[in-house]
Design a protein around this ligand. Structure first.
Ligand SMILES: CC(C)(COP(=O)(O)OP(=O)(O)OC[C@H]1O[C@@H](n2cnc3c(N)ncnc32)[C@H](O)[C@@H]1OP(=O)(O)O)[C@@H](O)C(=O)NCCC(=O)NCCS
Length: 330
């Protein structure tokens, strides 16, 4: 009997309307468009504004687009996994808030916190629920409102991040050889030293001191993150290719986490992978953390052909990293 795979039957994406350009940032911190462009490749990012709008707002938009494209009702969703580090609240989870807001009465869900690798963790987990035959319609969303945890006085971080999200509907395959084929996911908790938020968790609950010390924002030591990101993504891609008896020439698209254009270029160069087959939208959206990978697929979907072999790769806080191999089915 052939193995059931999870295939992607609809893609959704959402970015807020408000644009924060490098020139806007020049007025906020000691930086220049030239520095940001050459060091990161980012020209602008989107910022979610408006009373009561948070990560679930973007997740709802993503799910609504998915339901519309697939022509199904919210009641048909079995499960929703939301990858995010900027959930609406510490608890309850944002997946449940999204399900409530879209009116999905028959589903359950939960959040995955794996920072920029969150979408790969969610995609892999969601696929397993399909492969096991447990569920028939699983939505995986990656969304982050990074503007809620970025210090707009810190020029080393505020230039990088933006808000946005995307997602996939996963369903059981009807044809063999398509869908999510394999993933390699990794973690090294010692990396938390370089990328974290100091306060707001049980280690250091919110207090007037934590607020005064600006500890509710992203802390990042960029250089070690940069190095670990390149080696982590390259090594998991190589292992994934070998495990699936593929060579780099077999791959039609590389979808890298959009953290820094120099990281993306280094990964492509180390793999000898042609740049024109690398999905890029960092110049427009910056790093949307769990949102970057589905947002890339959302934007490039009309260029994908049935049978295209795609590798998604990510690295993020934790440290967490990994790569997923999928064959496009639509
Ligand atoms: C953050 C990052 C862009 C910084 O780039 P970098 O080339 O490593 O720059 P450095 O940190 O060495 O800083 C170089 C100089 O530029 C300065 N600088 C930092 N941010 C600046 C800014 N926005 N504008 C102008 N100058 C800036 C630094 O203060 C430093 O000055 P100094 O030499 O006088 O000390 C880069 O390290 C990076 O992208 N790291 C990975 C981040 C990432 O991927 N995070 C998401 C998790 S996946």
């Amino acid at each position: 009997m052939s193995k059931i795979r999870a295939v992607i039957t609809a893609v959704g994406g959402f970015v807020p309307e408000d644009v924060l350009t490098n020139f806007d940032l020049e007025k906020m911190v000691d930086t220049t468009d030239e520095w940001i462009t050459t060091r990161t490749g980012i020209k602008e990012r989107r910022i979610l504004k408006g009373e009561g709008k948070a990560t679930s707002y973007m997740g709802v938009k993503v799910v609504e687009e998915i339901l519309k494209k697939r022509g199904i009702s919210p009641d048909e969703i079995d499960m929703l996994i939301c990858a995010t580090v900027t959930g609406d609240m510490v608890f309850p989870d944002t997946a449940n808030t999204i399900l409530d807001k879209v009116g999905a009465k028959n589903a359950f869900g939960y959040d995955i916190n794996a920072a920029c690798s969150g979408f790969l963790y969610a995609l892999t987990t969601g696929s397993k629920f399909i492969e096991s035959g447990t569920y028939k319609k699983v939505i995986v969303v990656g969304a982050d409102m990074m503007s809620s945890i970025v210090n707009y006085n810190d020029r080393t971080t505020c230039i990088i991040f933006g808000d946005g999200g995307g997602g996939f509907l996963l369903e059981p395959s009807v044809e063999e050889g398509y869908g999510v084929i394999d993933s390699i996911l990794k973690a090294d908790g010692s990396g938390r030293a370089y990328l974290h938020m100091k306060a707001g968790g049980s280690l250091k609950p919110a207090s007037s001191d934590s607020v005064n010390n600006m500890e509710h924002y992203v802390y990042q030591d960029g250089k070690p993150v940069f190095k670990a990101a390149v080696t982590g993504m390259v090594s998991t891609i190589k292992d994934l290719l070998e495990r699936n008896q593929l060579s780099i020439e077999d791959i039609d698209w590389l979808v890298p986490h959009q953290a820094n254009m120099r990281i993306i270029n280094s990964v492509a160069e180390m793999l000898d992978f042609p740049k024109e087959k690398v999905m890029i939208n960092i110049h427009k959206f910056g790093n949307t953390t769990a949102g970057t990978l589905p947002l890339c697929i959302w934007e490039y979907e009309n260029r994908l052909k049935k049978g295209d072999k795609i590798i998604l790769t990510a690295f993020g806080g934790g440290f967490t990293w990994g790569s997923t191999y999928l064959v496009w089915n639509k």
